[in-house]
Design a protein around this ligand. Structure first.
Ligand code: FE
Length: 341
């Protein structure tokens, strides 16, 4: 009896230990299946705290060394970089992750030899246009969005949103800060309306005729393409997609990524989870569940919308995403100067 009670206490303790706390800014309901698969194959329970990226970063800072967080999932290189410099991550050494995730999609190696964060999936930032009013060749490069012929015709979300901070940070790498600021001023001059809403709202702006060109991440587009809703189908019919800069540096790619929390009390299981997210089944889930491209090398996936919009393959830029994240302060200053809200 005593042994049985002890046994069940041990079992309880083991159950309690076999769990990780994941702070996630991935705002995608399809991720539920991703966590369930991990628990099924490892027995490690995933307790998820969902918040937006800013909320997660301030919560981690406030909790300090008492934080129960084990794994942090953030969306966008700009935010991953911000959390890294705030010292919120524990750089890790993982042969598996270093072999799976290309070097340009992860943090630079830190002083202790570890890596602070890893990109786990990618999304492209593309241009959409009104098929009746605009020729594809008029918008096949980001630079062309500043052409005065699009005056009053551009829809784009807030310049300060990390998706745009990263795109503009990449432009800064490609054409230099002076040219980027001139370009940003051109975008402001071409706006059809003050920036408002998310990427889906910009696609809808093109479909409704409020604007003729817009900028969006690919997964929002794929979501509409795969929708069974008649209104979404009608909307997407009106919109053309172009993967910009195929004849120069390639289309801007951004990432969603993960890291181990600086004060994780559960580092072994946290690393298991991060490594699981780079596995073939998890990578396939990113592609099929949330319409992102796998970040890990050599993954095959079957997502008809992603294939249809890109023609199966496209040239993407090869900048280190960490450099793009680093540019965001400079970019924010440019946005303030040119009045890009
Ligand atoms: Fe998003």
């Amino acid at each position: 009896m005593a042994i049985g009670a002890l046994g069940s206490q041990i079992a309880q303790a083991q159950t309690a230990a076999a769990s990780i706390n994941v702070y996630s800014a991935r705002h995608y309901p399809t991720d539920e299946a991703l966590y369930a698969d991990f628990t099924k194959s490892t027995g490690i329970k995933v307790n998820r705290v969902d918040s937006d990226d800013a909320g997660i970063l301030s919560r981690l800072s406030a909790e300090g060394s008492a934080s129960p967080a084990d794994v942090i999932l953030l969306v966008d290189a700009a935010r991953l970089w911000r959390a890294e410099v705030q010292g919120l991550f524990l750089p890790v050494k993982s042969k598996l992750l270093e072999e799976a995730i290309p070097e340009n999609l992860r943090a630079k190696r830190s002083d202790n030899g570890g890596i602070a964060w890893f990109g786990l999936s990618t999304r492209a930032r593309v241009i959409v246009y009104d098929k009746l009013k605009v020729q594809k060749s008029d918008v096949d490069a980001y630079e062309k969005l500043a052409d005065p012929k699009f005056k009053g015709k551009l829809c784009i979300r807030s310049g300060s949103h990390p998706y745009n901070l990263s795109l503009f940070g990449a432009m800064t790498e490609h054409i230099g800060p002076q040219q980027t600021e001139v370009w940003l001023k051109g975008l402001v001059n071409n706006m059809a309306r003050n920036p408002a809403g998310g990427d889906t709202d910009q696609i809808k702006g093109v479909a409704s005729g409020e604007c003729a060109v817009a900028v969006t991440n690919t997964y929002y587009l794929a979501r509409l393409m795969r929708s069974t809703n008649a209104a979404d189908k009608a909307l997407i019919e009106k919109v053309g997609v172009v993967f910009p800069n195929q004849s120069s540096w390639g289309t801007h790619l951004n990432i969603a990524g993960g890291a181990i929390a600086k004060n994780s009390k559960n580092q072994g299981n946290a690393l298991k989870f991060l490594e699981y997210l780079a596995s073939a089944s998890a990578q396939n889930h990113f592609a099929n569940g949330n319409n992102e491209w796998p970040a890990a090398k050599g993954m095959s996936f079957d997502n008809p919308a992603l294939k249809a919009m890109s023609g199966g393959n496209f040239k993407s830029e090869v900048l280190p995403v960490s450099a793009v994240g680093m540019n965001q302060i400079k970019v924010q200053q440019m946005l303030d100067r040119v009045g890009f809200r």
